[in-house]
Design a binder for this molecule. Structure first.
Ligand SMILES: Cc1cc2nc3c(=O)[nH]c(=O)nc-3n(C[C@H](O)[C@H](O)[C@H](O)COP(=O)(O)OP(=O)(O)OC[C@H]3O[C@@H](n4cnc5c(N)ncnc54)[C@H](O)[C@@H]3O)c2cc1C
Length: 456
């Protein structure tokens, strides 16, 4: 029987990145996938949602075109055509990825696998042996007790397949996935109400970012209730009704349940083979090793940020560890976070509250640069800010941004954070005019004590 250097269970962001890097290092790899290569991100996550958000932007631009002197009328949203565009993007990327995996000589096995020993995955009745095993089975959309998915009650999986625009939607959960769908449906003409149990939308972000997003959503007529819990939901042929804990009822065409994602680890033989788990999550050390020697885990099944690029980086990291290299341990705080609603929210590093807790409340300074002073943002007609968090007399430890397209600025923000740059150092770099990127430069100029286009 062939013994592979690496057997990977799950062909999503974490699993396929590990397979590609391992094969690059000359290791023999088996990659086992029960669904489609590319996993959640490519087929049910990042890519389809961002395609919908782009179509939403086109709708908004058309609706608002008169303000720019362009005469155009938004006649409507042709949802089957939107889906054709979205599916075209997915299918091109899917083909590319399949070709990549094939060209690298990876043994790709279709089927549902199960860990049957620390070195063996059983799939389609066959045993696939590896000197190392990487668990990468991803996550699923969770619901709440008593809230069954079906009919008018959807998760993101069903929402991505809708072939019509609902008249109204209740979105349960004001985190990343909830606000992205709220944004799409609003742009497509639906009435949207978000219900979030925590006190603010995108609660994992800096409080200032939540406030700015809430302001922008109010302007877009997106209704939301924060700090209130869901109690129950009922549906009939015409509508779905949600009751909140304070007795308020809301009625809409659809209810999107966006309350988080759980690890897909049940009944896969992990625990049975001695892998330490906690509430379904696979516990790993900073080298992504599980409690069982030779067994690693990457991606959404490990506790932390559920992001595709985290999965990629973890997959690459594990391949390099197995390949005998000594990769730098991944700094989770340096992972960039982008929420692609309109306006976008992007951040890296510590938010102000976390920085004050970590470095001491008096050892932290913050600066907020209003996009009102940024030429390109004015041209685009977007409001928002760039907020910097620095250690007093020390490096920038957090960058937080709100505004149309600010997600594209996260690359520089990440370098600033990861390279522990001082505002004085960034202030010497030249940012092209007029770009939104310039706003990052301006914020650092201001924090370095020499603001240019900013009122002090
Ligand atoms: C609506 C939505 C939008 C998102 N948007 C973004 C975004 O914009 N940016 C971002 O960074 N992240 C985004 N994410 C998150 C991102 O999709 C995940 O973090 C990423 O896909 C995790 O990768 P993974 O490899 O851990 O798991 P997955 O991508 O879920 O892959 C796991 C794979 O394992 C397979 N599998 C499971 N069990 C078995 C088994 N027993 N045998 C064989 N195969 C198995 C599954 O079929 C799946 O293909 C989004 C997610 C959702 C749901």
């Amino acid at each position: 029987m062939t013994v592979h250097d690496v057997v990977i269970l799950g062909g999503g962001s974490g699993g396929y990145a590990c397979a590609l890097r391992a094969s690059q290092l000359g290791l023999s790899v088996a990659l086992i996938e029960k669904g489609k290569l590319g996993g959640t991100c490519l087929h049910n996550g990042c890519i389809p949602t961002k395609a919908l958000l782009h179509a939403a932007e086109v709708a908004d631009s058309t609706r608002e075109s008169a303000a720019f002197g362009v005469r155009a009328t938004l006649e409507g949203i042709d949802m089957p055509q939107v889906n054709a565009y979205k599916d075209g993007v997915i299918s091109r990327l899917y083909k590319g990825l399949q070709g990549l995996v094939k060209s690298r000589g990876i043994t790709y096995i279709e089927g549902e696998g199960r860990l049957v020993s620390p070195t063996t995955v059983e799939v389609n009745g066959e045993r696939v042996e590896g000197r190392h095993v990487v668990l990468a089975t991803g996550s699923y959309a969770r619901s709440l007790p008593g809230l069954d998915i079906g009919g008018r009650i959807l998760t993101s999986d069903q929402a991505l397949a809708l072939d019509y625009v609902p008249r109204s939607v209740i979105v349960l959960g004001g985190g990343v996935i909830g606000v992205e769908f709220a944004s799409v449906w609003t742009s497509f003409g639906a009435e949207v109400t978000i219900v979030e149990a925590l006190p603010r939308l995108v609660p994992a972000e800096d409080e200032a970012s939540s406030k700015a997003l809430e302001r922008a959503f109010r302007k877009r007529k997106i209704t939301f209730s924060t700090g209130i819990r869901f109690a129950s939901a009922t549906q009939d042929a015409d509508s779905v009704t949600v009751t909140l804990e304070d007795g308020t009822t809301l009625t809409a065409d659809l209810l999107l349940v966006a309350v988080g994602r759980g690890p897909s680890t049940a009944d896969l033989g992990y625990e049975a083979n001695g892998v330490t788990m906690e509430r379904g999550w696979v516990i790993v050390d900073d080298h992504l090793r599980t409690s069982v020697p030779g067994v690693f885990a990457v991606g959404d099944i490990t506790p932390g940020l559920q992001l595709a690029h985290r999965g990629f980086q973890q997959g690459i990291f594990v391949a390099e560890v197995i390949g005998g290299l000594n990769p730098a341990v991944i700094d989770e705080t340096a992972i960039p976070r982008v929420t692609y609603c309109e306006p976008e929210v992007a951040s890296v590093g510590y938010n102000e509250a976390a920085a004050r807790e970590k470095f001491g409340t008096d050892n932290v300074a913050v600066y907020e640069y209003n996009l009102g002073g940024n030429g390109k943002s004015q041209i685009l007609g977007t409001a928002g800010f760039i907020k910097l968090v620095r250690q007093v007399d020390g490096p920038v430890v957090g960058v937080h941004m709100v505004g149309s397209r600010v997600g594209e600025l996260i690359g520089e923000a990440q370098l600033i954070y990861a390279w522990e740059a001082y505002p004085e150092e960034v202030a010497t770099l030249i940012h092209a005019h007029p770009t939104q990127n310039e706003a990052l430069g301006e914020a650092h100029l201001a924090l370095a004590g020499k603001p240019l286009h900013a009122h002090s």
